[in-house]
Write a protein that binds this ligand. Structure first.
Ligand code: SF4
Ligand code: SF4
Length: 222
């Protein structure tokens, strides 16, 4: 038996003594809330286009991708009178069950329109199981001042191509958008189909690909 073996039990306390004199890193949660890492997976959100229409097209790809079977989606058809998203369909019922969700992010990878993204918000605990099944109303981002609550027509640019181009650049609705009272709208002055942007008052604000304001919390790119 080596001579110094009798010191082994004392050596075992070395780590304990070292830690005792280090600065304590205890956070007084919930009074003190530290910001998370930028890519931290918190709860989900359903995003909107800049005119307020929903990005979700009710395709259910997120639900199929989910390994925990935590998402339930029921899609419905949009109609010209009742449009909630720019596509053919929209998510009529959308639920995420946070009793099942493991916050892995596979659903947001599967979403083709970037309708579904994740926030950094981690406060998901509750003492009521029912409250942990979040509905579409809880998940949808609130309307900004420049947005209009669906259902309504697509309000960006003059055709569908314009809509996605301008919407992707974060452009606000303009006077020419159908259904509005500005030029080109049903109650505004007519705009000929051959009109260029320079002919239309207010259209100079629209600069696809140029510097445009994007909205905090909204996904600007497809
Ligand atoms: S984060 Fe993962 S577990 Fe949670 S809903 Fe999405 S795919 Fe399912
Ligand atoms: S959130 Fe995305 S993947 Fe899920 S139903 Fe809507 S569009 Fe499809």
């Amino acid at each position: 038996m080596p001579v110094l073996d009798f010191l082994n039990p004392v050596k075992g306390f070395g780590v304990t003594f070292r830690e005792m004199f280090k600065k304590v890193d205890t956070v007084m949660y919930p009074e003190d809330k530290r910001p998370t890492a930028p890519r931290f997976h918190g709860h989900h959100q359903l995003n909107r286009w800049p005119d307020g229409l929903e990005k979700c097209i009710g395709c259910e790809l997120c639900a199929w991708a989910c390994p925990a079977d935590a998402i339930y989606v029921e899609g419905r058809d949009n109609t010209p009178e009742e449009r909630y998203s720019p596509g053919e369909r929209y998510g009529h019922v959308y639920q995420i069950n946070y009793l099942r969700c493991i916050l892995c992010g596979l659903c947001i990878e599967a979403c083709p329109t970037r309708a579904l993204t994740m926030t950094n918000e981690y406060e998901l605990a509750d003492d009521d199981r029912e409250k942990l099944i979040w509905t579409k109303e809880q998940l949808l981002v609130p309307l900004l001042e420049t947005m209009e609550a669906p259902p309504h027509a697509m309000r960006l640019g003059k055709d569908e191509k314009d809509y996605y181009r301008l919407g992707g650049a974060g452009v606000s609705p303009t006077g020419r958008a159908p259904g509005m009272s500005g030029p080109g709208g049903p109650s505004g002055p007519a705009v000929p189909a051959t009109a260029t942007d320079e002919d239309v008052p207010g259209q100079d604000e629209v600069k696809p690909g140029g510097e445009q304001a994007t909205y905090s919390g909204q996904e600007a790119e497809l």
